[in-house]
Every structure is written in structure tokens, then in C-alpha cells.
Ligand binder design. Structure first.
Ligand code: PLP
Length: 398
């Protein structure tokens, strides 16, 4: 018999599968160009050509046994980790070396490794709503519980007063995500300073370490030159989880890294624990060919102009059509206020207009919907009459 503990996941997944199937059914029925699928955060901009060239070069230049073998260290190739560290130092004025970096199977595995290494079963992790829905599952994987800090729906910056109220002696970590999925908000330096200050106080009060786990797959997707503060510079007990899934459009390759700064408490044990967690969770080491590719493509970038163009067109179009939303500074999502209280009902109504979007309820923030604009520009332009008709429909039924 299937494990009882997995049945809620199976049931939850059937809703996601139903949405995929519905999208495919609608595309077959109405023609793909007449269905506006904004449901997935799958990059629409191709990986830079340097990535494919690096794969070809590596296969030509590097010994096959090395490229495809187990890594000697579960943390990954020493030379790649050193290059990652130097790249970060150049960008952020930090002082990392290879020993601070663990290559991971994308951000998803990085977060699991970080939680396994730092959080004991029974402890609590806080996350700021709205947040990436998988965080709850990752916490549960390691016997921890995730508690949602309610959103500040004016700015969508972390609600620090609410966080402070919610902290208990069981709180071991706070997950942050900036640029944010699903709001596109970049957490300001002021927010990060305040967060760090509160956590310092709480560490003192409870006599224990409280970690920031900073989930950063969208770090490179920041527009108009907005600064995304580098968290280790503000708070020592920080682990950064990075991924090339979005920044190089490589989500299927499963590659990222964790940063454990030397300044963090009990650094030697923490980094060892993460190294071992990588193995015992079954990742063993990050995919080796793509580690080497990442090491050669640290300065490569996807064409974020394409996302920026989508961002502006979608935001302006939706505001003109009477929708309310915050102008996103990063990532590739727009978080729009549902014109009716029930965001799930609004998504169902949107589907009648061939628009596929995700309810805010899925991000612990009901009353809003997420629109992923990692789509073709034409999809945005062509969807505008449908969004206008949807709004008219809602107004008429009021
Ligand atoms: N964290 C956030 C906020 C995400 O949006 C995603 C993927 O969409 C992930 C983590 C997982 O990313 P990866 O593909 O690197 O595992």
C-alpha cells in the first residue's frame, strides 16, 4: 500500500495535473495561440549560446572519466567551487573560497540540504507569505514545520512585525526569497537590515542560532538596475541557495549551489553536515558535466530584456484594464489583486476566457493571483482583450 503520508501530496498533485491537462485540452480545442497559459515559471528565453558551446568544448577538452565520474567530494568539483567563490567575491566584495560552496541539484535540493543540515525535527521555519509552495514540503521532509508569516499587502516586503510576534524558542530558520516568486518584489536593504537586527536580538533572547536561508534563483533577474542585497553581508548565520535554473534557463539540468559563510556559527560542522546531507538525501553530488559548464559560464546571462519587455507590456495592459498590482522589480511574475475575494473562483472565471493563472492561495496569500510572464511576447499582447473581457464579466456579475 502507498504510504499514508504521501496521500495528501498525491491528491494535491492531481489538481496540478488537472491544470496541465486542461491547458493541453484547451490548446487542442481552441488552438494554442488562443489559450493564454501564464501558469508555469518555466523560462521562455533560451539558454545563452555559451552554454552549448561550453558543453561541446568540455567534451573535446576534458577527460571523459573526470567529466562523468563521481565527485571526490560530495560538495562538487573543487575548481568549480573556487570559481563560484571568486565570482561572488568580485560581484559582492565577499571573501568566499571553495570551502564555502557546495554544488547542488538546483535550488530545490539546496534548500533540502540546508534544512537537513541546520534544522532539527520538531523545530520551526518561518516563511513570508506569499512564498513558493514547496517550502512547506521541504520543511516536512526533515520533520520541521513551516509557519507562514502573513503578507504585508501594501509593499509585499517581509512583514517583520508579524515575524517578530510569531517567533518562538523553537524557531530555527527564516526562509527569504528575493527577487520574489510570486510577487516580483526585491527586498530592500532597509528590510534586510531590520530583519538581521531582529534575528540578532532573538538569537540573544533564546540563546541559540537562528538562520536565514536565502533562496535566490531569481537573483540575476532584476530590472532597471535595482540592487539585490547580498544577505551574508548583513547577517552571519545566513545560507544562500542559488540556482542556474532561471538565470541561465537551465531548469532541467538541475544545477545550483549553496553558500555557507565562514562567519556562521559552528561553520566547520555546518558545512560538513551539508556535504553529508547532499549524499544521504540521495543527490550524492550535483550533475558533473553541468557543474563544469556552470564554471565556464559564470559571466553569461540570458536576455533579460525579453522578460523586461513582457513585464512592462503586461503591467501596463492590466492596469489599463482596471487590475491592481504592484510593479515587479525582478523575477518573471506579476501578483495581481483578484477583483473578487475568492481567488480560486477568479482563476476559474479566467479559464472561461482561456487565461490560465494560479491562485494566491497556492502561495499562502489568498485574494491574489500569480501571472507568470515567462511567455512569448505575442501571448501577452494577444491576451489583453481576454483580460479586458474577464474584468468586464466580473464587473457585470457584481
Ligand atoms: N525557489 C523558488 C522561489 C522557485 O520559484 C523555484 C522554482 O521555480 C525553486 C526554488 C526551485 O528551483 P530549482 O529549479 O533551481 O530547483
Amino acid at each position: 500500500m502507498t504510504a499514508k503520508s504521501m496521500m495528501p501530496y498525491v491528491e494535491g498533485n492531481s489538481a496540478i495535473r488537472a491544470m496541465f491537462e486542461e491547458g493541453a485540452r484547451m490548446a487542442a480545442q481552441y488552438g494554442a495561440e488562443n489559450v493564454y497559459d501564464f501558469s508555469l515559471g518555466n523560462p521562455s528565453v533560451p539558454a545563452p549560446e555559451e552554454v552549448n558551446q561550453a558543453i561541446r568544448d568540455i567534451l573535446e577538452e576534458e577527460p571523459t572519466l573526470l567529466v562523468h565520474g563521481y565527485n571526490k567530494s560530495n560538495s562538487g568539483y573543487e575548481d568549480v567551487r573556487q570559481k563560484v567563490a571568486e565570482h561572488l567575491n568580485e560581484l559582492h566584495g565577499t571573501h568566499f573560497a571553495s570551502e564555502n560552496i557546495i554544488m547542488t541539484v538546483g535550488a530545490a535540493s539546496g534548500l533540502n540540504v540546508a534544512i537537513k543540515a541546520l534544522v532539527d525535527p520538531g523545530e520551526e521555519i518561518l516563511a513570508f507569505a506569499p512564498y513558493f509552495v514547496e517550502y512547506g514540503n521541504y520543511a516536512k521532509n526533515h520533520g520541521a514545520s513551516l509557519r507562514a508569516v502573513p503578507a504585508d499587502t501594501v509593499t509585499f516586503q517581509p512583514n517583520l512585525d508579524a515575524m517578530k510576534e510569531m517567533m518562538t524558542p523553537q524557531t530555527r530558520a527564516v526562509i527569504i526569497n528575493s527577487p520574489n516568486n510570486p510577487t516580483g518584489v526585491v527586498y530592500s536593504e532597509e528590510t534586510i537590515r531590520k530583519l538581521a537586527h531582529i534575528l540578532e536580538e532573538k538569537q540573544e533572547e533564546y540563546g541559540k542560532e537562528i538562520y536565514i536561508i536565502s533562496d535566490e534563483p531569481y537573483r540575476e533577474l532584476a530590472y532597471d538596475g535595482v540592487e539585490v542585497p547580498y544577505i551574508t553581508k548583513y547577517y552571519d548565520n545566513t545560507v544562500v541557495g542559488y540556482s542556474w535554473s532561471k538565470s541561465l534557463s537551465l531548469p532541467g539540468e538541475r544545477i545550483g549551489y549553496l553558500v555557507f559563510p565562514s562567519e556562521m556559527a559552528d561553520f566547520e560542522n555546518a558545512i560538513q553536515a551539508a556535504n553529508i546531507a547532499n549524499r544521504v538525501l540521495g543527490y550524492v553530488n550535483a550533475p558533473t558535466l553541468i557543474q563544469r559548464v556552470a564554471g565556464r559560464c559564470l559571466k553569461s546571462k540570458v536576455d533579460i530584456e525579453a522578460y523586461d519587455r513582457n513585464r512592462r507590456a503586461l503591467y501596463e495592459g492590466l492596469v489599463d484594464a482596471g487590475y491592481e498590482c504592484i510593479f515587479p522589480e525582478g523575477a518573471f511574475y506579476l501578483f495581481v489583486k483578484s477583483p473578487i475575494d475568492d481567488d480560486v473562483a477568479f482563476c476559474a472565471k479566467a479559464k472561461e476566457h482561456h487565461i490560465l493563472i494560479v491562485p494566491g492561495k497556492s502561495f499562502a496569500c489568498p485574494g491574489y493571483v500569480r501571472i507568470a510572464y515567462c511567455v512569448a511576447y505575442d501571448t501577452i499582447v494577444n491576451s489583453m482583450p481576454a483580460f479586458a473581457a474577464l474584468m468586464k464579466d466580473i464587473k457585470e456579475s457584481e
